[in-house]
Design a protein around this ligand. Sequence first.
Ligand code: AMP
Length: 465
Amino acid sequence: MPFKSLGLNPKLVQGVLAMGYGDPTPIQLRAIPVVLEGRDLIGSAQTGTGKTAAFALPVLQRLAKPAAKGPRVLVLEPTRELAAQVETAFRDLGRFTDFRAAVVHGGVGYGRQREALRNGTDVIIATVGRLMDFIQEGAIDLRNIEVLILDEVDRMLDMGFIRDVKRVVELCPKSRQTLFFSATVPPEIEAVAKFALKDPARIVIGRTQSVNESVKHAMFPVQYDQKFELLIALLEKEDFQSVIIFSRTKHGADKIARRLKKENHSVAVLHANRSQGQRTTALEGFKNGRYEIMVATDIAARGIDVTGVSHVINYDVPENPEDYVHRIGRTGRAMAVGDAYMLAVPEEGGDCHDIERFIGARIPQLTLDGFAYEGNRPPVVDTSRPFKNPMRSKKGQAQGRQGGGGRPGSGGGRQGGRPGGKSQAQGRGGKKPAGRGNPRGGSARSGPAPAPAKASPRSRLRRGR
Ligand code: AMP
């Protein structure tokens, strides 16, 4: 069914065509008519399914009808990057319509945002902290909100924003329409939905925890000390166009980036300790091809949309199975093809088990041809048993993701320990990690290992955009 049969006005259909979209994605097909009807909605769809347009298009249609002054639509997003990206989607899709949008998020000064609000806006796309600041100073009044969109609610819950989200809900008029999106809807999210929505329609796209169908994923078992070497060898071997490398911690991300730069790769870094300016420059530079690689943590990279990411490499096995799905959502977006690799050390078998159970599929274990594996063969990652850690509470997870209490192994970081669990050294049978480079004491690359990255033709990492 084409977009124009969904009941959208011709200007919006024109906007969709200008974006180069062919047919609506499944979530768009099912959600757009429901939202146009004015019903509340719970959409369970993973990132990359086209859910932004699924809510932005019908909302833009509603804005075409005149109404009272003041912001009429409020979109809450968990991260600044996502807020900025959703604002761009609104502007792109609504380019032939007349509306004003303002994005409100932390990490930058208040001045420009305050000015945009003062000039008047129809749509506010916000992260919750800065929104509350503006509400408190009287710069935002939610009394005329007609549509409230809570996006990536599972993430907002993980990040500890739910109390503020509930306060925002209470400040909006009761007569509003509420759209609620979450990759998964466990009981605690269901409770928030019950609080915020009235008789919602429910749309579940696919198995909510499935990885993107178009992504080929694989695991490369490797000993801890050879992780970085394997990363370099993978970058050599594969015809990467653009790569996002995920690290579990901010410190780890910095460390990986530093080492990649030494190998002559152009690298952007995205994590929560970087200033908003640095984050924007990193993301923009990655999008426009200035950087061939982006090293990111989960929180910073959540939901970011970078068209044409050919590969995701999980330098660390993510601590939470949900993060695996989100990381992989970076590639294969809207059914393009991409690959997702994970470097896994034997001690991470339990985490891999949890991920495989969560996604309902085995992750094939591959060997990189020509790589000088320690002992001449890759280790085995046994995924038959779950990872048991009583400390892996929701709170601990959120902290871990922020990089505060993350496990070691990120970016070769060897300090710290599992939050409440055994240390990496203990996990490795008490063996102290060997020094830098090849544990056999030879040079970092010996035997059939690939040529140094410096010799790598940069064209291999060319960007297709
Ligand atoms: P989202 O899940 O909203 O983050 O969207 C993921 C990506 O899919 C974005 O790059 C969108 O521009 C793109 N997209 C959204 N809808 C469509 C569509 N109907 N056809 C092709 N691409 C789309």
